[in-house]
Write a protein that binds this ligand. Structure first.
Ligand code: FES
Length: 265
């Protein structure tokens, strides 16, 4: 795999998407390798000198050979500065980085589970799976309607899925409750004859619940971890998570995608 490099990415479009998210479309150099589902890029607004303001972003779509789509919400100073940038502006970009989702073997049914703002990497995965004719079942959970993926992405998830299930904790869209309320019974269906593989991205408590259900149902499970990152290159250890077998794993280097059983939840 070619080593990731620092480059300039030019903002082609930057708009609010729903009440919580921003949609960012970047033009990237043709020499940069295209991201695989689950990989990420580090972005930094070019006129800031603070390296800690570089932030990791999952990629939701590869639009053309030289343009990618990202969705994010403002969670701190780095994303607040980013949200003020306009088309034509360039950003420092490093990537694509990290280890993405492994594609399932033929005949396996993919089950995708996402919560909160964790949907972008799973959207790219859902598109790749559909392209290869897999019939994915997709579960999307959120606290409320405004936290669900923006309408265009929800429509696209529906197009990629053989079945789409939505929950919100307040019942403002889909079924009321947690996504695991629907996901767990689905995984433990007694007549489950198709072998499955689970792919999940979202808040850590959700990933922990998903990995527990997966283990109980003996379904292999891959999770994409969301951690704060500084270097993105495995040098600072700032993104480490505890490994079940002892020691630590760096989300940016050994991840962000891990087998769920590798993690000490
Ligand atoms: Fe520095 Fe992962 S962000 S080691």
């Amino acid at each position: 795999m070619p080593s990731p490099r620092l480059c300039n990415a030019t903002i082609l479009s930057h708009t609010a998407a729903g009440r919580q998210y921003y949609r960012l479309v970047l033009k990237i150099p043709g020499t940069v390798s295209l991201p695989l589902p689950g990989q990420f890029v580090m972005l930094r607004v070019t006129d800031t000198i603070d390296p800690l303001l570089a932030r990791p972003f999952g990629i939701s779509s590869v639009l053309t050979r030289t343009s990618i789509e990202i969705f994010y919400r403002v969670v701190g100073r780095g994303t607040m500065l980013l949200s003020r940038t306009r088309p034509g502006r360039t950003l420092d970009m490093l990537g694509p980085l990290g280890r993405g989702f492994p594609m399932p073997e033929k005949g396996i049914q993919p089950i995708l589970v996402t919560g909160g703002s964790g949907f972008p990497p799973l959207h790219l995965l859902a598109k790749a799976l559909k392209k290869q004719k897999y019939r994915s079942v997709i579960f999307i959970g959120a606290r409320d309607r405004s936290e669900l993926p923006p309408a265009g992405i929800l429509r696209s998830f529906k197009e990629q899925a053989s079945a789409l299930h939505i929950t919100t904790e307040d019942g403002s869209a889909g079924k009321k409750g947690l996504i695991t309320d629907l996901f767990a019974p689905y995984c433990s269906l007694p007549d489950r004859s198709v072998k499955a593989k689970i792919y999940a991205c979202g808040p850590t408590p959700m990933l922990k619940s998903v990995s527990t259900v997966a283990a109980e149902c003996s379904i292999p499970c891959f999770v994409s971890m969301e951690e704060r990152m500084a270097c993105g290159l495995g040098a600072c250890m700032g993104c480490s998570v505890r490994r079940r077998a002892g020691g630590y794993l760096r989300v940016c280097k050994e991840g962000p995608v891990f087998e769920a059983e590798e993690i000490a939840w």
